[in-house]
Design a protein around this ligand. Structure first.
Ligand SMILES: Nc1ncnc2c1ncn2[C@@H]1O[C@H](COP(=O)(O)OP(=O)(O)O)[C@@H](O)[C@H]1O
Ligand code: SF4
Ligand SMILES: [Mg+2]
Length: 332
């Protein structure tokens, strides 16, 4: 029996046109032709996520992780390329098929405080999607809400509280419960523990792992921190300035990283045992996606950069059936 991927991303790109600032507007008023600068947030990404798999997506802030996640969740449209959910191009979905996708792929955000309506009690927050989509009758909703609270480890006493009356970890549990109310099969988790204390992070990651097993969920699990995705991911994709530079099974990434950027991330990984939590970026800053470096975008920071790296962009090549990386050093 062949199994199909839960999500397949083909040649996906997203460009944002920056709005002109005051100076650019004034220059434009003087009759000088100014084209608004374009941010290449995601460039030409192709990858598949198998059913039941957890794919970790890692890279520094600003490299395009959220943009990719938001496209997968259908919150923003790609500039180019396509996303296939259960083998259907999501841009072609209509009616029930569109609803199945919209409910089937849910997004969990970094900041549960911002994503929960402060004026609603938790039972209203959790029951809302059931009501809106008529997925349950009004008399079924209270039991469904209590079951969801229990599933994320919260007592049903919490149902009448407001978001400000619970802790950050509990708010993220509510964010997860809200996503689960509509029985999704796929979760885009965008830095879901980044705002939490280290001691709480592990508990919430454990909850994600339990839910994956119990509900046979598939995750795109985004983090700027390799340490966070290590225990939850089956595979890890490393992103740099809008592109995937390496993708491999988790153990392969940690033991046989092939790309100099992945190696640098590993070398500077926070030491969890010493509770050091701040991610130390490697030397230099992430270049602006408004004006990306020529050739390999990593060359200004790469200790192995060669003249060729300034001119020619490396393509992803297969090192074995499961491991791909994009670096000229890997040329045979
Ligand atoms: N709506 C938007 N308009 C303009 N630029 C954006 C928008 N969203 C993201 N960007 C830019 O796209 C790049 C990638 O951002 P993002 O996907 O949020 O990265 P990450 O999640 O990895 O921190 C950044 O340069 C960011 O400023
Ligand atoms: S292609 Fe060159 S600059 Fe880019 S990662 Fe490889 S060695 Fe470094
Ligand atoms: Mg982000």
């Amino acid at each position: 029996m062949t199994s199909h991927p839960a999500i397949e991303i083909r040649d996906l790109s997203k460009k944002f046109s920056k709005k002109p600032d005051l100076v650019q507007k004034l220059v434009g008023l003087c009759g000088v032709n100014t084209t608004p600068p374009t941010v290449h947030a995601v460039s030409n990404i192709s990858l598949s996520i198998q059913k039941g798999e957890v794919l970790g997506l890692v890279g520094e802030s600003g490299c395009g992780k959220s943009t990719l996640g938001r496209m997968v969740a259908g919150l923003i449209r790609p500039s180019e390329g396509s996303i296939h959910y259960q083998q259907h191009d999501i841009s072609t979905l209509r009616g029930k098929a569109l609803l199945d996708y919209t409910l089937g792929v849910q997004m969990i955000f970094q900041d549960p405080q911002a994503s929960l309506n402060p004026k609603q009690q938790l039972h209203q927050i959790l029951g809302e999607a059931l009501k809106v989509h008529k997925l349950a009758t009004p008399d079924q909703i209270p039991d469904r809400v209590d079951a969801a609270l229990a599933e994320v480890g919260l007592d049903k006493e919490y149902r009448n509280r407001y978001p400000y009356q619970i802790s950050g970890g509990q708010r993220q549990r509510i964010g997860i419960a809200r996503a689960l109310m509509v029985q999704p099969s796929f979760l885009v988790c965008d830095e879901p523990v980044a705002a939490l204390d280290v001691s709480i992070q592990a508990q919430v990651i454990n909850l994600f792992m339990d839910l994956r097993d119990q509900r046979n969920l598939t995750y795109l699990f985004i983090s700027h921190d390799l340490g966070v995705v290590r225990h939850i991911s089956d595979r890890v994709a490393i992103m740099y300035l809008g592109r995937i530079v390496e993708i491999a099974p988790t153990s392969e990434v940690f033991n046989h990283a092939a790309h100099p950027y992945t190696q640098a991330l590993l070398a500077e990984m926070p030491d969890m045992s010493r509770q050091k939590r701040n991610f130390t970026p490697i030397k230099g800053e992430l270049p602006s996606p408004l004006n990306p470096p020529s050739g390999c975008a990593f060359h200004p920071r790469c200790p192995h950069a060669m003249p060729r790296c300034r001119e020619e962009a490396p393509v992803l090549r297969s090192l074995n059936s499961q491991h791909q990386a994009a670096c000229h050093l890997l040329d045979a």
